[in-house]
Ligand binder design. Structure first.
Ligand code: HEC
Length: 202
């Protein structure tokens, strides 16, 4: 006859807690996968796009050959650990990007971590041949973002209850007189603005 092992109170709490945790994790995973598989919208929408110029194509090859992807992501490739450069062309000008690559510490708004002088890890970037950096800057400038993306100056099209609630909670009252809500602007004007951010300078 098998003898039942009696658990102590502390062991019951420990095993019970672990079991509940595992069950909740499994339920969460099943829900997430069900939503992901049945939803017609992708879970993570891609809100960036690119249309490479000739120089941009060259820059993309130089970018990949120059180990930039060990710290960056571009065109949805590269590491997730560092700074994503997708959409940077809607946030920065081509000149800013080039100047940053050549003189990072003078250009960046904050103290740089990796770009700059040796022994910083990306110090080699500023010493690359200028032609390569010009091509990379053209490539990065071709990486644009869609309205509503974190790198886009344009809000998402249509009304967003989330943005409304954030403004209500966080924007001080006097901002309403000082600033106009970019979403209240004439949609034609808005779209021509977004066209402006998309124009290419090459
Ligand atoms: C060792 C990691 C590392 C490598 C390699 C690296 N970067 Fe960076 N990059 C960073 C970090 C970190 C920042 C933020 C600025 C800083 O702290 O240096 C940055 C910032 C940038 C920015 C400015 C982004 C912005 O809008 O603020 C650009 C452009 C850029 N890197 C391009 C490149 C290119 C092109 C290469 C390859 C030739 C490269 N990086 C290689 C780590 C790296």
């Amino acid at each position: 006859m098998s003898k039942k092992i009696k658990l102590k109170a502390g062991e019951k709490v420990l095993f019970g807690g672990t079991a509940i945790f595992i069950v909740l994790a499994i339920i969460g995973y099943v829900i997430l996968e069900t939503v992901r598989l049945t939803s017609d919208k992708p879970l993570f929408e891609v809100k960036t796009h690119f249309d490479l110029s000739k120089l941009g194509h060259k820059g993309s090859a130089v970018f990949r050959a120059s180990r930039c992807t060990s710290c960056h992501r571009a065109m949805n490739n590269g590491t997730n650990m560092g700074l994503s450069l997708d959409g940077i062309g809607s946030k920065r000008t081509q000149e800013w990007i080039l100047t940053f690559l050549m003189e990072p510490e003078k250009t960046y708004e904050a103290r740089t971590l990796d770009h700059g002088l040796r022994p910083k890890e990306a110090a080699y970037v500023a010493r690359m041949p200028k032609d390569d950096l010009v091509a990379i800057a053209a490539f990065l400038y071709d990486l644009k973002s869609d309205p509503g993306s974190s790198t886009s100056p344009q809000p998402p099209p249509g009304k967003s209850p989330f943005i409304d609630s954030m403004i209500k909670t966080w924007a001080p009252e006097d901002w309403k007189e000082k600033y106009t809500d970019i979403r209240d602007k004439d949609p034609v004007e808005n779209s021509s603005n977004s066209d402006k951010t998309q124009t290419r300078e090459d």
